[in-house]
Design a protein. Structure first.
Length: 309
């Protein structure tokens, strides 16, 4: 698949720039060649499922040489969890799940208090514990540089110190697609093969390859409340607060993370081509609906320094 420039006013038509699918496959093969025990971080969302499909392509006719790992906050949408399990079973992946609730129960992290608690930040500890427990030295993620300003600083091979922390000033140069995976004891890498993709590229890839995706990405009726400028879906984890008016709207989600911090968007897009056109016409970033990104000016960078994806 070639990265594309779009002309929305006339029609959806790609203009070839470079082949980002081949680049991602090259990166996945580099990971298999350079690291002892990698793992693919999998949420059931569109970016991680594309990574899994690319991994299958990268290692055909052999088996993908790493498992999937999902850090489950316990506050995920049930549609995402159902899709995660079906997807891993259908493609023959080993699926490892580690739960934030277990980190809470063991005293490793403390549940947030207040009217709008979220477990999103708590995932970092659960992830770092899983990496240490299972002795992974590389964790492959679906983050893209166009998502958020902290992620725009990332290298493809993102070095993490022995504590699992990210220092943007200590990253390695990556000239001419040369990636350095050398590690000292207990150091790890996060790998981002989709770094150069955009949200439009992701949806174009889904269209071209006819990939199945969670139903949450398409327009459907759902009870919501307006909260801090976001449309928040009513779930057992996000009940309406006093004074909030519950409405039923046609909405979809641009990301399918923790329900406590993932806002919906009003939409009538019911298939992948309609979603792609909607994405091309939007002037809001994909993560503009993620409340946890707006807690402070540097919320994402702070979480990444702690070990976040």
């Amino acid at each position: 698949m070639s990265q594309t420039i779009w002309n929305v006013e006339k029609e959806i038509r790609p203009v070839k720039r470079w082949n980002i699918e081949e680049e991602a496959i090259y990166i996945l093969r580099e990971v298999a060649g350079q690291f002892r025990k990698p793992v693919l971080l999998f949420s059931g969302g569109k970016d991680s499922l594309i990574l899994a499909h690319l991994a299958v392509k990268a290692f055909l006719p052999g088996k993908v040489p790493f498992p999937l790992l999902h850090i489950d906050t316990g506050h995920n949408f049930p549609e995402t969890i159902a899709f995660r399990d079906e997807f891993a079973n259908r493609l023959g992946f080993e699926l490892i799940v580690r739960k934030v609730q277990d980190s809470i129960d063991s005293g490793r992290v403390q549940e947030e208090s207040g009217p709008f608690p979220s477990r999103n930040r708590l995932q970092s500890v659960t992830l770092l514990d899983a990496i240490a427990e299972l002795k992974f030295d590389a964790a492959i993620g679906g983050a893209r540089r166009d998502e958020e300003k902290a992620r725009a600083k990332e290298r493809v091979f993102s070095h993490r110190n022995a504590a699992g922390q990210w220092d943007p000033k200590a990253q390695r140069p990556e000239l001419w697609h040369l990636y350095n995976g050398l590690l000292n004891q207990d150091e790890t890498c996060r790998i981002f093969p989709l770094s150069n993709w955009t949200e439009a590229d992701v949806w174009q890839y889904i269209v071209e390859n006819q990939l199945e995706i969670p139903s949450l990405y398409f327009s459907h009726q759902r009870q919501i409340v307006h909260r801090d400028g976001q449309l928040i879906a009513i779930t057992p984890f996000t009940p309406p607060q006093p004074g909030e008016r519950v409405e039923t709207l046609n909405v979809r989600f641009r990301t399918v993370g923790d329900a406590t911090c993932t806002g919906a968007v009003a939409s009538e897009a019911s298939n992948v081509k309609e979603v792609l056109r909607e994405v091309l016409e939007s002037n809001l970033t994909e993560r503009s609906g993620r409340n946890d990104d707006h807690r402070t000016e540097a919320a994402m960078e702070d979480r990444k320094r702690e070990g976040y994806f």
